[in-house]
Design a protein around this ligand. Structure first.
Ligand SMILES: CC(C)(COP(=O)(O)OP(=O)(O)OC[C@H]1O[C@@H](n2cnc3c(N)ncnc32)[C@H](O)[C@@H]1OP(=O)(O)O)[C@@H](O)C(=O)NCCC(=O)NCCS
Length: 151
């Protein structure tokens, strides 16, 4: 394989992060990512990790520490994507290895993630990496008016 570098995201990665987010099913632009990314770059409790292949960002994962009063503190993967033409070559494994290393470095031993039921390829990927499916959930969302009241 060509030179693969796993590193923290930088602001100048915004165009690639936006393109890959769009591929993941969350369409966005470089400008929007550029406004949202700094809170990851400055924080200790969350991180965006990128895979750079020959100088080109071809994958990313985002991970954050979640600290509910009723659960043991854990890390959660909130997004994971490898560029379509680069899949199946170990890039996802390399990103996950860094996510696991980061989790351990935070003193945590639990790593969680949620994945859409339709992403069957991703399920295989996670299960091959030792993740256990623990439950199936529905996701609800309610669009509120700007003043916080329901529309
Ligand atoms: C899931 C994903 C991140 C894995 O990254 P990857 O770089 O392809 O993974 P690797 O090459 O390290 O590992 C390959 C394994 O991933 C799985 N896999 C998932 N999608 C694959 C694809 N399109 N091509 C090849 N392998 C794929 C297979 O289980 C494969 O294992 P195998 O070689 O034993 O069949 C990537 O395929 C992807 O971005 N998929 C679309 C977006 C997505 O579903 N993201 C997860 C959101 S929860």
């Amino acid at each position: 394989m060509e030179a693969l570098v796993i590193r923290s995201a930088r602001l100048e990665d915004s165009p690639a992060l936006a393109m890959l987010s769009t591929q993941l099913g969350y369409p966005t632009t470089a400008e929007v990512v550029q406004t949202r990314l700094p809170r990851y770059l400055e924080a200790k409790e969350r991180r965006v990790i990128v895979a750079e292949l020959d100088g080109q960002v071809v994958g990313w994962t985002s991970i954050e520490i979640v600290d509910h009063f009723y659960l043991e503190k854990f890390a959660e993967i909130s997004g994971f994507v490898v560029e379509a033409t680069h899949r199946g070559r170990g890039i996802g494994h390399a990103l996950m290895a860094e996510a696991e290393r980061w989790t351990s470095a935070q003193g945590l031993s639990i790593l969680r993630l949620k994945t859409n039921v339709v992403r069957t390829d991703a399920h295989r990927f996670y299960e091959n990496l030792g993740f256990l499916r623990t439950k199936t959930q529905y996701t609800y969302v309610k669009q509120l008016a700007q003043d916080g009241k329901a529309q």
